[in-house]
Each structure stands twice: as structure tokens, then as C-alpha cells.
Design a protein around this ligand. Structure first.
Ligand SMILES: C[S@@+](CC[C@H](N)C(=O)[O-])C[C@H]1O[C@@H](n2cnc3c(N)ncnc32)[C@H](O)[C@@H]1O
Length: 253
């Protein structure tokens, strides 16, 4: 496959060249509806901790100055901004999401929190299941709270493996589907009694109620490690963080 140079749909937002993004319209709609309040709710619901976990996730990629990196399922761009600082103005950051509304928030934040290195970020509207990049293209990839929401997880992992350079790493942060019933019960209690009631103040209770089912249907750390090995990664290790409420898979190609 040729190296991609997608055409712009606004000054800093690019659309995947393969025509209409194929995806679950329902999921796309959900993320577009929560886009305006997504950052605020992340700050409130995690008491600001999500930025610490995101910094950890980025450092696990091993990304360094001048690298070419990807933030997949970038949403409003937290991980892309952190990657941008890591690789510096001579590096390149691609940030892909299938929700145009999330990407528009990301571009607005890029203008608002202006830093010289942020010019290295290219926002791309695209599908994690069909990525518009050549094989062995990236030095590092992050996926924050993304794989859990992708319908075909194995296909997404295969795509990530394909576009990573040999020896490079993907770091995937998400809720941990714990094998401990205590942790699962705490997570469920928090979603029912804290997350959904707060989200309902913004008219988004249905959207955040989805979280509980999506974690229940997700993969445990061991299953994520197994999936990564199955698609070809040479090493895969899942770390539990935040007392086991969150998890981060690090896989090396
Ligand atoms: C929970 S948000 C996470 C955003 C950001 N990574 C973060 O950590 O704050 C999940 C994002 O994944 C995106 N997403 C879900 N499925 C996708 C797919 N198949 N292709 C591209 N993006 C997808 C959604 O649009 C949404 O912005």
C-alpha cells in the first residue's frame, strides 16, 4: 500500500481517502454526541487522574524526538498532544478518529493551547479497521479508551501491527476488565452511582450507561496479551493501574 497523504476537509482536519468511513453508525453517533462535554467529564469523573494515566501510556510507547507516531481513536486529542511534545517539532503525529465532532474539538484545542510543536499533528477522519497508512510506517502508537469501542478488535489489532515498524510499540490505555470481582463491583458501583448521575446532568445518561456493558464485553489483561500475540506481536504485557480500575497493554512488534 502506498504512503497516505489524505486530502484536507478543513485547514487542519483530513479525511480518510477511502471514501465514506465504514463503521458502526451507532458508535459514531454516540461519540459525536458526547464530544462537547467529553473533556470536562473526563476531568471531573477521574478527578484529573486520566492525564496522569495518559502520560504513563505515552511513556510506555518509547516515543522519542523526531519519531513518526500515531494516536488511534484520538477523540479530542489528549494523547496526541502528549505525543507531540515527546517527538518535538521535527517529529510527526497522526491522530485518527471516526468522529468528526471529536476531531473538530481536537483542532479547536490545538489552536487554543498553542505550542510550537503542536504544528506536527495531523488530524485524520478514519476508521481503526482500515487505516490509511503504509506497512511499517510508525515508530510508536497509542490507543486511549479506543479498542474497547471498536467492533472488530482482532482486525484493529492486525491493522496496528501492520503499520508499526518492527521493534516498535503500541500502548493501549483503557478500563481494566478485571478478574477480581471486588474491582468489577467497584467499577460498576462507580458507573451506576457517580458516572451516570453526573453525565445525566448533561443529558448523556444513556451514553455513559453504555460504559458498563462495554467493559463487561471487553477483554481481560490476559486476553489482550493473547490477542496481541495472535496477531503477531513478539511481546505483550498488560499492566493494571489506578488500583486495577484501569489497564494498559504494551505490545512490541
Ligand atoms: C472514549 S473515546 C477516547 C478518546 C481519547 N483517545 C481519550 O483517551 O480521551 C473513544 C474514541 O474512539 C473513537 N472510535 C471508536 N471506534 C472507532 C473506529 N472504529 N475508528 C476510529 N475511531 C473510533 C470514538 O469516536 C472516540 O472518539
Amino acid at each position: 500500500m502506498a504512503s497516505a497523504a489524505p486530502p484536507p476537509i478543513s485547514s487542519s482536519l483530513w479525511r480518510c481517502p477511502r471514501g465514506r468511513v465504514r463503521c458502526s453508525a451507532e458508535h459514531q453517533g454516540l461519540f459525536s454526541r458526547i464530544a462537547p462535554v467529553y473533556d470536562k467529564l473526563n476531568d471531573v469523573l477521574s478527578l484529573g487522574q486520566h492525564l496522569i494515566w495518559k502520560r504513563m501510556s505515552v511513556s510506555w510507547t518509547g516515543a522519542k524526538r523526531r519519531d513518526r507516531v500515531l494516536d488511534l481513536c484520538c477523540g479530542s486529542g489528549d494523547l496526541a498532544f502528549l505525543l507531540s511534545q515527546k517527538v518535538g517539532p521535527d517529529g510527526e503525529v497522526s491522530a485518527v478518529d471516526f468522529s468528526k465532532d471529536q476531531l473538530l474539538i481536537a483542532t479547536a484545542r490545538q489552536d487554543l493551547y498553542w505550542k510550537a510543536c503542536y504544528k506536527n499533528i495531523k488530524w485524520i477522519e478514519g476508521d481503526a479497521l482500515d487505516l490509511p497508512f503504509a506497512d511499517s510506517y510508525f515508530d510508536a502508537i497509542t490507543v486511549g479508551y479506543g479498542l474497547r469501542n471498536v467492533l472488530d478488535k482482532q482486525k484493529a489489532m492486525k491493522e496496528i501491527f501492520r503499520i508499526l515498524k518492527p521493534g516498535s510499540r503500541v500502548s493501549m490505555l483503557d478500563f481494566n476488565k478485571s478478574s477480581s470481582s471486588l474491582i468489577t463491583q467497584s467499577q460498576e458501583w462507580m458507573i451506576d452511582n457517580v458516572v451516570v448521575p453526573i453525565a445525566s446532568n448533561y443529558g448523556l445518561s444513556k451514553e455513559y450507561r453504555y460504559l458498563k456493558a462495554s467493559i463487561a464485553e471487553y477483554l481481560t489483561g490476559k486476553e489482550l496479551e493473547k490477542l496481541a500475540k495472535e496477531v503477531g506481536f513478539s511481546e505483550a504485557k498488560h499492566y493494571e493501574i489506578a488500583g486495577g480500575l484501569m489497564g494498559n497493554l504494551v505490545a512490541s512488534r
